[in-house]
Design a protein around this ligand. Structure first.
Ligand code: ACO
Length: 367
């Protein structure tokens, strides 16, 4: 089966995707993502993914504080961010910093449930700081330390831009992180689970996932979408652009999905609404171009947008640089990766499939 399409490779109780007729189900731990996107916050979703249940009010309060208190980076990591060449892609930075965080953790090999959760909370809390600090360092700007008074999403925007975000921007990023938090056995989560199945340490598993997410056929697609929006530049050029690209047999980034073939990715639907809201209150150009591209993609090849398509105009409106788009994805998805890594550790069997050999056989060795 090329690309392991439709192969069931593990059991999980973390998320469920079900395509039944018109209705597409996507649930985290049994809760519809539409409800979570509307009513929850990212920290609550992280709690749900890690612990399996929604927190009580006081538990959420404590959890938010606990995450916020873990945001600052060890000085060695700040040193690393300062020494990396400023042209390093921020995802390369993220996986390098993750590895370095592992080298600083004296309990790296301890895998009790308590210690796994400890590591997970540290990583989730620190990902945004690594991203924002590196961005400011490469821009030659001063570092803005995290603040305890803001939630996970708002604090990231604050560390990036040096000012507190508007309520709209805060809610938009928060919802975006919820929508990116988890998605069953996508490629990066599978990579994390394969690493976990060898009983590699948690940092190694997250490095494997981070490296896998970066590819343009996975999370790297959103940066490519933005490139396309810039190339198209105006909605009236969208149709020709799409038609010609498809005629040349090229892929349209932000479209198509291994699981959602003929139905819309529910996350794309929610992100479209979010992008439209941000466009109505700020820069509308990117959303209008996106809409024109989506219409043409459907007209010429019945292609539907995936989670990365409308993310691009959402991020552009939040003043996030193009090459950080995939890092924002990672900021959300790390919670799903960690839930899967812990699930794998707790009921482990080495993941080791077989390959069908199609090469030459029985050749005589001659020197
Ligand atoms: N642009 C043009 N044609 C496409 C696209 C696309 N984005 N996606 C699928 N197709 C077409 C293929 O050409 C193929 O058509 P054909 O049968 O006429 O040859 C058909 O749809 C099936 O495509 P596959 O490559 O078999 O689909 P697969 O499930 O292997 O790929 C993938 C899924 C990689 C996501 C693909 O749709 C793609 O390359 N999309 C663009 C990159 C992208 O947006 N990635 C993000 C995915 S979401 C995520 O990871 C978070």
């Amino acid at each position: 089966m090329r690309g392991l399409e439709d192969v069931i490779a593990c059991e999980t109780s973390i998320s469920r995707i079900e395509l039944s007729g018109e209705k597409t189900i996507l649930e985290y731990r049994g809760y519809d993502i539409r409800d979570l996107a509307k009513k929850s916050c990212f920290e609550e979703v992280v709690y749900l993914l890690l612990y399996g249940e929604l927190p009580k009010k006081y538990e959420l309060q404590d959890f938010k504080i606990e995450l916020a208190e873990r945001r600052e980076l060890p000085p060695q990591i700040i040193g690393l961010l300062t020494h990396l060449p400023p042209y390093t892609h921020p995802m390369v930075v993220l996986r390098t910093a993750t590895s370095y965080l592992g080298s600083l953790d004296k309990k790296i090999d301890i895998k009790t449930r308590e210690e796994n959760l400890e590591k997970a909370k540290n990583l989730i809390a620190r990902f945004p700081t690594v991203i924002a600090y590196y961005h400011r360092i490469r821009m030659g700007k001063n570092l803005i330390p995290p603040t305890l008074s803001l939630g996970h999403a708002a604090n990231f925007l604050y560390m990036m831009h040096g000012e507190e975000p508007s309520k709209t921007a805060e809610k938009a990023l928060d919802m975006d992180l919820i929508l990116h938090a988890e998605h069953e056995l996508n490629a990066s989560t599978f990579a994390a689970r394969i690493a976990a199945s060898t009983l590699a340490d948690m940092y190694a598993c997250v490095v494997a996932a981070t490296g896998t997410l970066m590819g343009p056929l996975h999370g790297g697609a959103a940066q490519e979408v933005m490139k396309m929006l810039r190339e198209v530049a105006t909605p009236r050029r969208a149709e020709d652009y799409v038609k010609n690209k498809l005629k040349r047999g090229e892929r349209l980034m932000g479209f198509g999905h291994r699981v959602y073939k003929n139905v819309i990715d529910p996350r794309a639907e929610l992100l479209r609404k979010l992008a439209r809201k941000l466009a109505s209150e700020g820069e509308s150009k990117w959303f209008q171009i996106s809409e024109a591209i989506a219409r043409a993609a459907f007209k010429y090849k019945k292609l539907l947008p995936n989670v990365d398509f409308y993310s691009a105009s959402v991020y552009a409106n939040l003043r996030i640089p193009d090459d950080l788009f995939v890092n924002i994805f990672a900021m959300g998805r790390i919670s799903g990766w960690l839930a899967h890594i812990i699930e794998q550790y707790e009921n482990n069997r080495l993941i080791r499939p077989r390959a069908k050999y199609i090469g030459k056989k029985n050749r005589k060795y001659k020197n």
